[in-house]
Design a protein around this ligand. Structure first.
Ligand SMILES: [Zn+2]
Ligand SMILES: [Zn+2]
Length: 386
């Protein structure tokens, strides 16, 4: 029987179990063990991908959890901890001769052994495998080849962010310039894009879109995520869902509205006034420094007006970022209803109102239904919920 699950595949590791930094800008409490705890007991995420698992100290911590019986490696890939299955992944920066700017890509492997072998291979092509998102000295195609030979999953990361992404600056026109299109399992939209924006790009038609948090702290887990139809929680089921095999698939994408992103609109760099992309100077202050927004960049790349059948994309923000939900309210909600996923998706309006003011309960319902109103961001300033 098919079941539905909440999945977030892009979570960083701030510190290893020796307290050493992995993602230097990540939070100190963002450790492997804490991610397991947060995902299973507070967020209610069924499957999470940790994308700094190439770091040997992270692998040691995982091995220790397995040796102590806290976590179990699954035959079909992935590691189970209580109600959550974790996948081992690695975010890597590629900047080969074919790229016109650095791009980030995600590689996942089914087992700890395969991830360890990947680290050994990477250490010949990378200066420091202990740190997150390091530069790979090789071509993107070479990396894809390795991932496919080792039965991994390959996903270009946050493809529309203005920096370090495929369509940010990575390619001039098409992804074929840089990647082998047959060795891509899905496309990660990233915080600055949604399904509608991406769908104008004809070459993305064959791929499933994934929406992930890119969390640098525990609170940001499930900032973006998806609901998937799977028969069980493991690596092979995820692969089937990404390729829409035998009923497995992404049912809904949940994420920030692109308008919330800090580079959504084209604006004047000096005064942040919104300007036309064709304008040569700002109408408000006269400055010639214009910062092109993601919206206009995607417009330039559009090649198709044909919209494909896609899962719905529901705009959300993390529960703790919803106006009216401060730390105390958030903890009250978790105490009463268990997990963030339960609060956002399941608890009835009436039950919410027994714990929080009516206005805040209505806002949670608006988020559940995708009807929050948003004021667009740009030029480095985030959008806002109205
Ligand atoms: Zn990245
Ligand atoms: Zn990342």
């Amino acid at each position: 029987m098919m079941d539905t699950f909440f999945v977030d595949l892009h979570i960083h590791i701030g510190r290893d179990w020796n307290g050493k930094p992995v993602k230097i800008t990540g939070s100190k409490s963002l450790t492997l063990s804490n991610i397991f705890e947060e995902a299973t007991n507070r967020k209610g995420l069924d499957m999470v991908g940790v994308i700094d698992a190439q770091a040997p100290a992270v692998q040691e911590e995982m091995q220790d959890l397995i040796d102590r019986g806290q976590a179990v490696e699954l035959k079909e890939g992935g590691v189970r901890y209580q109600d959550t299955v974790l996948l081992l992944g690695s975010e890597i920066e590629v900047y080969d001769a074919a790229c016109s700017g650095p791009i980030h890509v995600l590689s996942y492997f089914p087992t700890l052994d395969r991830m360890k072998a990947f680290t050994a291979w990477l250490s010949m092509k990378m200066k420091n495998v202990n740190l997150s998102s390091q530069r790979f000295y090789g071509t993107a195609r070479e990396l894809q080849q390795y991932v496919k030979e080792q039965e991994g999953i390959f996903i270009p990361a946050h493809v529309f962010t203005p920096f370090k992404s495929l369509y940010g600056k990575g390619v001039k026109q098409t992804l074929r310039e840089v990647l082998d299109p047959d060795k891509i399992d899905a496309i990660e939209l990233g915080l600055s894009a949604d399904t509608e924006m991406a769908d104008g790009i004809g070459e993305l038609e064959p791929y499933t879109y994934v929406t992930n948090s890119d969390a640098h702290s525990l609170g940001k887990l499930a900032r973006e995520y998806q609901r998937m139809a799977l028969k069980a929680l493991n690596f092979e089921e995820l692969r089937m869902a990404l390729h829409k095999r035998e009923g497995r698939k992404v049912l809904t994408n949940y994420g920030m509205s692109p308008a919330m992103g800090k580079y959504h609109q084209t604006v004047c760099a000096e005064c942040l006034f919104s300007v036309e992309v064709s304008a040569s100077r700002c109408e408000q202050c006269g400055s010639k420094k214009i910062v092109k927004g993601v919206k206009d960049r995607v417009e330039e790349l559009k090649s198709s007006t044909q919209m494909k059948e896609r899962p719905p994309y529901i705009y959300q923000v993390p529960l703790s970022s919803l106006p009216g939900v401060g730390t105390r309210t958030y903890e009250k909600l978790i105490d009463a209803f268990g997990t963030e996923m339960a609060i956002i998706h399941e608890v009835s309006r009436e039950d919410l109102k027994t714990v929080i003011p009516e206005q805040v309960a209505e806002r949670i319902m608006a988020m559940r239904n995708g009807t929050l109103t948003i004021e667009a961001g740009g030029g480095g300033r985030y959008g806002r919920i109205q």
